[in-house]
Design a protein around this ligand. Structure first.
Ligand SMILES: Cc1cc2nc3c(=O)[nH]c(=O)nc-3n(C[C@H](O)[C@H](O)[C@H](O)COP(=O)(O)OP(=O)(O)OC[C@H]3O[C@@H](n4cnc5c(N)ncnc54)[C@H](O)[C@@H]3O)c2cc1C
Length: 493
């Protein structure tokens, strides 16, 4: 199966890139500064130095590793998924336990250091790294334990989707996670979490029962409907704004590990009819059916549209549900067949660290209007187009917009446009090209998904809509200095 290129992209975040201090040492690795001291960058952007004794003390306090430039593993540890992000943190704390997170976070807070938090490192804008600051890297914490009787899973915050799916599907159980097996569950869940099962089971964050969270004051909190309900509301869509999550408890659902899945490809000449058919289908389809629309050349490089299909209900009714799809139009390819869900979850996998440069713009679509369909069909004829519309309705809409911080509950698609390239010299032109095409699509969108988009800090409040005031008040209460700012940032009220 061809990998969708659009899902291999990213961007230099407005927020992170705009930090003046980030530029101060952007061209060179974090250095040791004066003898015995480490040069680092503060939240304010000012430069600071950290005494060797303090670094020794932090290192001794960790069960995991503390990496500095020059350490053998520093180079690989500083890299995140998007090859366009090339930052040099002063310190990387590879945390192996919650206590490591507390120590590293306290160290950063007391020195007012720029702080990034890394789960799986799949942030498109590169929020999980920083120039000259401290990175709390949770990648050593990947344990997943499933309680099959209770149908729950406890997942450490450095786990990928693949770790969770493998552990749950073994018990014929599953929950919603993303469509890429090597995406981190942490960032994905805190920002929402769409996947093949979200029409059926809701967003990843809708399946959260509890989270262990280390807040800016260094306190380890259990956050759930009963304990700290305000924080529990805020972290379901509020991203990494409220603390470092160290583990997640998910609700699991009975699930047949073999699904009906594949893709049906149409050439550009049939694009308009295929998109119209798709728009109607996904509006009325049963929740066990998930269909995404890709507008890009297919795996044989033929421009057009592809419908990516996963049916997770029972096989008998699946044949009936998929019948209209089998009968529609004159596809140039159709691959629907019984498929292991774990294989579906690797369809689009990019390398966990991709040397290529990725840039994406996206937004939520409330309806496939005739004008939007016409515009999408035009793009299908262009061999450079790489668009993906992930279905975003069904069980996602069962939750009221004010019930969690994630408020985009009444949309039909999460629409994304992307480009990928190799050379740094093309970064400016590549981003400009995506923005130019996106400007013709943006009028059909309403808000955006914080986990993917090129975040304009000015847009964060309107994007959270009626939930923003409560989020800003909670941010002031739990993170008054905005320690957790490398994200779709909510400024303290
Ligand atoms: C190739 C690709 C495919 C994708 N597919 C999907 C998809 O199918 N569905 C979907 O919904 N999204 C998808 N995404 C978007 C994905 O949800 C985000 O990139 C998400 O941030 C990934 O989580 P992560 O832990 O890897 O992020 P990181 O890069 O590690 O972190 C991203 C953000 O989350 C915060 N964060 C991470 N871990 C923690 C933590 N433990 N505590 C507090 N804050 C934390 C960081 O501070 C940062 O702001 C995809 C992204 C990529 C690159």
């Amino acid at each position: 199966m061809r990998r969708r290129d659009f899902f291999r992209m990213g961007l230099l975040s407005g927020a992170a890139a705009a930090l003046p201090a980030t530029r101060l040492i952007a061209a060179e690795p974090a250095s040791k500064g004066a003898p015995g001291e480490l040069r680092a960058i503060k939240l304010s952007g000012a430069e600071t130095s950290i005494e060797a004794a303090a670094i020794r003390e932090l290192r001794a306090s960790l069960k995991g590793q503390l990496l500095l430039a020059g350490d053998a593993e520093y180079e690989s540890a500083r890299r995140i998924w998007n090859g366009m992000i090339d930052r040099h943190p002063a310190l990387i704390a590879r945390c192996a336990a919650t206590t490591d997170v507390v120590h590293a976070l306290t160290f950063a807070r007391e020195r007012e250091l720029l702080l990034a938090v890394r789960g799986g490192g799949h942030s498109f804008p590169g929020y999980s790294s920083c120039e000259g600051g401290l990175v709390i890297d949770l990648s050593p914490m990947r344990n997943v334990s499933v309680d099959a009787n209770a149908a729950t899973a406890r997942v450490a915050a450095g786990a990928w989707g693949a770790h969770v799916d493998a552990a749950t599907v073994r018990h014929a159980l599953a929950t919603t996670l993303g469509q890429i097996s090597n995406t981190g569950v942490a960032g994905l869940t805190l920002g929402g979490g769409f996947g093949w099962l979200s029409r059926r089971f809701g967003l990843a964050c809708d399946n959260l029962l509890a989270v262990e969270l280390v807040t800016a004051d260094g306190k380890v909190r259990r956050v759930s409907d009963k304990d700290e309900p305000d924080l529990f509301w805020a972290i379901r869509g509020g991203g990494g704004n409220f603390g470092v999550a160290t583990s997640f408890d998910y609700r699991l659902h009975p699930f047949n590990p073999t699904v009906l899945a594949g893709h049906i490809d149409f050439p550009a000449a049939q694009a308009r009819e295929a998109i119209e058919f798709y728009a109607d289908l996904i509006t009325h389809a049963p929740r066990e059916l998930s269909v995404d629309l890709s507008i890009a050349p297919n795996e044989d490089k033929v421009p057009g549209v592809q419908l990516y299909i996963v049916y997770s209900g029972d096989a008998k009714s699946g044949a009936q549900v998929l019948e209209p799809l089998r009968r529609f139009g004159k596809p140039i390819k159709s691959t629907i067949a019984p498929t292991k869900y774990l294989a579906v979850q690797t369809w689009f996998d990019p390398p966990p660290v991709d040397p290529r440069h990725h840039y994406l713009k996206g937004g939520f679509v409330r309806e496939y209007s005739p004008e939007l369909i016409r515009r999408l069909a035009e793009l299908a004829a262009d061999a450079r187009t790489d668009m993906y519309c992930q279905n975003a309705n069904g069980a996602v809409a069962d939750v009221a917009p004010s019930a969690t911080a994630f408020s985009h509950r009444n949309v039909i698609a999460n629409m994304m446009l992307a480009q990928t390239w190799d050379e740094t010299s093309h970064d400016e032109a590549g981003r400009a090209a995506v923005r130019a095409t996106w400007s013709t699509l943006a009028p059909y969108t309403d808000g955006y998904y914080v986990n993917l988009n090129d975040i304009d800090p000015k847009s964060t409040d309107s994007n959270y809509g009626a939930n923003f005031a409560r989020l800003a008040a909670l941010k002031k209460q739990y993170d008054p200095t905005n320690l957790f700012r490398l994200n779709a940032n909510i400024k303290p009220a």
